[in-house]
Ligand binder design. Structure first.
Ligand code: SIN
Length: 196
């Protein structure tokens, strides 16, 4: 699969005829909602866990020195908390471009974490599978943190992606062992660097 998934995502017909579609965000879509939405609700998807296993050649790194951003990995019994947005279908146009580096729109069920209705909905999540060209895959948390500390791209330093996410998860009251371990590793690296 090529790096640019935009054209592929444009072929999705699953929600044709719908006035609005729920989008589940688990990464930058939690803390950087720079798109129009009709409604925003905390939500969770089941059977998936957040992992910094996707390369970023276009936002938080470069083709020569990719950064690391999130995708989802399948894990039985896992619950991934995030933010759901009800969007007009036209909003997928800019989103497909933002998520073009290997992410595919995938249909998912999400459970809302608030008490409003409906309690659950079918919607879309951008998922970067292990078969995409920008996929980097697992590495130790120390290694991932080192790569994040060293990477910069057109959207800014890779560290900001991680730290903004950790802060957003904390504010929302959600634990995520992988993200908080990486935050600790990154803070330690930056403190050591500041002492040098
Ligand atoms: C998401 O946030 O849902 C997708 C990954 C990202 O853009 O960080």
């Amino acid at each position: 699969m090529s790096f640019d998934t935009t054209a592929y995502n444009r072929q999705m017909t699953h929600f044709d005829g719908h006035d609005s579609v729920w989008l589940f965000g688990y990464g930058s879509l939690i803390w950087k909602a720079d798109f129009d939405y009709l409604e925003r609700r905390p939500a969770a998807i089941r059977g998936w866990t957040r992992r910094f296993w996707q390369g970023s050649h276009d936002h938080r790194g470069t083709p020569e020195a990719p950064g690391r951003v999130l995708t989802l990995a399948e894990q039985a019994d896992a619950v991934c908390h995030g933010m759901a947005y009800r969007i007009a279908p036209r909003v997928f146009e800019p989103l497909d471009i933002r998520e073009k580096n290997g992410y595919l729109r995938v249909v998912t069920r999400m459970d809302f974490m608030d008490s409003a209705t409906p309690a659950t909905a079918e919607g879309v999540v951008y998922l970067a599978g292990a078969d995409n060209a920008a996929y980097l895959g697992p590495a130790s948390e120390a290694e991932i943190a080192r790569q994040i500390a060293a990477s910069h791209g057109p959207s800014g330093p890779n560290r900001d992606y991680l730290l903004n996410l950790a802060q957003a998860l904390r504010e929302l009251g959600w634990d995520d062992a992988h993200v908080f371990a990486l935050e600790r590793e990154l803070n330690a690296l930056e403190m050591a660097h500041a002492r040098d």
